[in-house]
Design a binder for this molecule. Sequence first.
Ligand code: AMP
Ligand code: MG
Length: 687
Amino acid sequence: MTPFDTFAMVDWSGGNDTGPTPRADAIWVAVARAGQVDAPVYLRNRGAAEAWLANLIDAELAAGRRLCLGFDFPFGYPAGFAQALTGAADPLGLWAWFAERIHDSPKSNNRFDVAAMINRDLGHGPGPFWANGLRRDIDGLPRTKAGYANPFPDRRAVEQRAKGAFTCWQMAGAGAVGSQVMMGLPVLERLRSRFAGSVSVWPFEPLERPVAFVEIWPSLTVDAAPEGWIKDAWQVHEVARVLAGMPDQELTTALTVTAPEEGWILGVPAALEPPPLRNDCFALPAGVDWTPVDEALELLRTRLAPVTGVDVAPLDRALGRILAGPVKALRSNPPQPNTAVDGYGFAGPAPAGPQAMPLVAGRAAAGVPFAGSVPPGAAIRILTGAALPEGVDTVILEEDVTTDGSQIAFRGPLKRGANTRKAGEDVVAGTEALPLGRRLTPADLALLSAVGVSEVSLRKPLRVAVLSTGDELVEPGVAAGVGQIFDANRPMLISMMTCFGFVPVDMGRVPDDRAALKATLNQAAEVADVILSSGGASAGDEDHVSALLREAGAMQEWRIAVKPGRPLALGLWEGTPVFGLPGNPVAAMVCTLIFAHPALAVLSGQSWAAPQGFTVPAGFEKRKKPGRREYLRARVREGRAEVFASEGSGRISGLSWAEGLVEIGDDARHIHPGDPVRFIPYGSFGL
Ligand code: AMP
Ligand code: MG
């Protein structure tokens, strides 16, 4: 029960009274309700803010509305501090502790003395608090970090994930939040006891009451303020607007975190692993005999969700990994207007006919801007990539100019802006550079670098356990007896997982023995996020994968109207999804490409993507019955799709011969040479 009616977002301040005129670095509040954001309110000091907030809470409770009240300072300190100070690891106990000791008035307060007292009492040396912002020296509170001693973590877990967050141990200096926390928690504590029974504090208490206090950090998401806005006012306005417009489901997900001691910042992806898949995620609609391919894909698309956790990595470790959230440009590309060519810059436009202009001394080159300004009617030498100097908005190509070194001559006309690139014409700072779920390519790394992004939040790589089942299987390289065959699926599936960007975990071969298979599945569920098995997935005597999954109560036999293909056994083993593929190598590969690949992509955090196919003329003839989709092993030669001579599903050589699949729709078809068919290259699947 989390969704709210009203969102009030507060930009707090740890400083003194800021006077009657609205200004930055004061307290600002913005309220959003029913799709409308009110003009932000300026509050000159904490006393005024406390009274204003109490009124707001009163009014919302009286109106029967649920209120989400956000504050931009930490609700807790790094792990261990509450215990050391109060004897209990309860952050709300810490709130009460500060409320008893902090004295606050519009003109002065005792925050630095309290910080110093804590440092002295804890007796660890100079720390954890530092940065005395007062003129007088205070015993126990160092001015700088020289000789600093801090027995606690420098940052909360959430601050390690939120780039640029400050530590609450720093009491003064640009951007420091230490004072805000110490001067904020007592106010929250008083509001909490004044409205006891009506307020829940996130994420320490379940959000069951009509008012929730949540921690926000506007700089995490809000773009630069537009002209005429005070930054703090803009930030609370934007956070209120965005939260009020967020779908309930998304807000509920963002509020689902476990951080009982330190607290968390709303909007930072949670540290905890994502929720497990639902037991019925593979359930098929009742009464359907053979499920069409598109329906099967749609079920996978809608039922599955990412199962991997999130970490942060620098760009040089991000290739092939998946973005856990959208990435915004930190800087525009280009950051400032510049020239696209070598030539001469001036204030355009230039009229038609012969033109002559004096040259100013100096030049503008990439990375070496021209510091002065170019007067109207004059030109300057300028080289590709150079920022346009003041007075220049147009560039004439060097090849179109004659010069004697002191003036240039050329022939007009030339439009204003010719041969220049506008600031942000490629990407504007603050806009989304790449979306959530994107698997990063080399070009993406160029883009992120260009817009100033050096670190990204990524899904941890999906670990896929691969096993083969069957008494007949032996490892290539050993002598195979009569009735034995070499295990072909495992090397194929393991390497497919690598091509897809996942981490394969080789679980080996398992005989057709229920106890052995059970042990291997148990182990696989421990070490991997997904299990991919081949063989034993039908309903025969020796089909132990499906039998075990059925016994565990979380198995669905997917009978899909597809050729080649046998039933797929989809289920959960100890909460870990299992894709039980047919043993036949051709069916195993096609089912992996068509079904497992997109499903695993979603489990890994990627957005759903259908493989890109191309229409090409058929180089073959084929009659096909209605009722199921067919995939033929194929390749393109001389612009025509050739198919492998035999459709036999044991013909592994055809898989290797092929360079993709020809997909033939569910209806009956008689394909003649030259008819258009859809060819999907292996590369479109990621191979
Ligand atoms: P199954 O799905 O277990 O009934 O197997 C179907 C067919 O695929 C049988 O002919 C198996 O011998 C064959 N098969 C199963 N697993 C593999 C494997 N890993 N490599 C090669 N062939 C296999
Ligand atoms: Mg078998």
